[in-house]
Design a protein around this ligand. Structure first.
Ligand code: NAG
Ligand code: NAG
Ligand code: NAG
Length: 242
C-alpha cells in the first residue's frame, strides 16, 4: 500500500508549520495501519487515488485525519481522539494519516521511497499529480507531502522533467514553483528564493500582462516542455520535488 505518500513536511519547513495553524500537514499514523475504520466518520467516499483522498480531507475544514483503504475508500474524521489502536479490529489494507501536531517529530526525508508515488530521478524525488489545483493549493499540497513545487535550475533538470511528464498519456500543463515577485521585479523560485537563471520559456513568454504571475510548463508536440506564465487561480496539474 501507499503507506507514506502523504506525510509531513517538516524537515525544512518546521518554522512555517509552527507559524501557521491553518496548514494541514498529514503524517502517516502507523499504529492505525491495517485497522478497521472506527465510527465517528464525517464522510466516506471513493477516490481515484490516495492523493485525491488527501485532497478531500485537505479541502474539508472539519477533517483532521483520514483512512485510505481497499478500492480507494476514503474516510474522513474530525479532530477527536480515536480509540486506542489496539481496541480496533484488524483489517488489512488501510492506511491512516492525520493532521500533524506541533510536537510531532519531523519525518525523515528518506522515509518516502520511490514506490510511494514519488519517482527518483538523479538525486531528487519527483511527484506528478493526477489532480488539478490552483497554484496556491498545489504549493500547499506539495508541502503536505513533504516537498515543494518543482524548481528547475538547469537544462538537465528541465530534460528530466520532460521525461517525467511525457510518461503521462494525456497532454496537460503542470504548475512549477516559480512566480513573479513584484518586490524584486524578477521571476523567482519560491521555495529556494532564488532568481530564475536557467529558463525555458515558450517563445514570446513571459507575457507582461500584470496578472499572469505563476508559471506552468506546457507540453509541446515535439515531446519537450516549455514554460508559460498564467494566472495563479487557474486549475492545473502540478509537479513536486524534494
Ligand atoms: C480499550 O480496551 C480496553 C481493554 O479492553 C478497555 O478497558 C478500554 O475502555 C477500551 N477503550 C476504548 C476507548 O474503547
Ligand atoms: C537536453 O535535451 C536536449 C534535447 O534532447 C539535448 O540536446 C541536450 O543535450 C540535453 N541537455 C542535457 C544537459 O542533458
Ligand atoms: C486557490 O483556491 C483556494 C481555495 O479555493 C483559495 O482560497 C485561493 O485564494 C486560491 N488561490 C488563487 C491564487 O486563486
Amino acid at each position: 500500500m501507499n503507506t507514506g505518500l502523504l506525510w509531513a513536511l517538516v524537515f525544512f519547513t518546521t518554522f512555517q508549520f509552527v507559524g501557521s495553524s491553518n496548514r494541514k500537514l498529514f503524517l502517516p499514523d502507523h499504529s492505525y495501519h491495517n485497522r478497521k475504520p472506527p465510527s465517528g466518520r464525517i464522510y466516506e467516499t471513493e477516490t481515484s487515488s490516495l492523493e485525491s483522498c488527501a485532497i478531500t480531507c485537505y479541502e474539508d475544514d472539519r477533517c483532521a485525519s483520514f483512512f485510505h483503504g481497499p478500492q480507494h475508500k476514503c474516510i474522513g474524521y474530525p479532530k477527536v481522539p480515536f480509540p486506542p489502536s489496539d481496541n480496533l479490529t484488524v483489517e488489512m489494507g488501510w492506511d491512516v494519516f492525520r493532521h500533524a501536531e506541533k510536537n510531532d517529530v519531523p519525518a525523515e526525508k528518506n522515509d518516502v521511497p520511490a514506490e510511494k508515488g514519488w519517482s527518483l530521478v538523479g538525486e531528487k524525488y519527483y511527484f506528478v499529480s493526477h489532480s488539478k489545483l490552483n497554484w496556491t493549493r498545489a504549493k500547499d499540497m506539495c508541502a503536505s507531502m513533504g516537498g515543494y513545487l518543482l524548481e528547475i535550475e538547469s537544462e538537465s533538470e528541465a530534460n528530466a522533467t520532460d521525461e517525467l511528464v511525457m510518461q503521462r498519456s494525456e497532454r496537460a500543463d503542470y504548475w512549477i514553483g516559480a512566480m513573479y515577485s513584484s518586490n524584486s521585479n524578477q521571476w523567482t523560485w519560491v521555495n529556494s528564493g532564488n532568481e530564475m537563471v536557467y529558463t525555458r520559456w515558450v517563445p514570446g513568454q513571459p507575457s507582461d500582462d500584470g496578472f499572469a504571475d505563476c508559471v506552468d510548463i506546457a507540453w509541446a508536440w515535439d515531446r519537450t516542455t516549455a514554460w508559460d506564465n498564467t494566472p495563479c487561480s487557474d486549475s492545473k496539474m502540478f509537479l513536486c520535488e524534494y
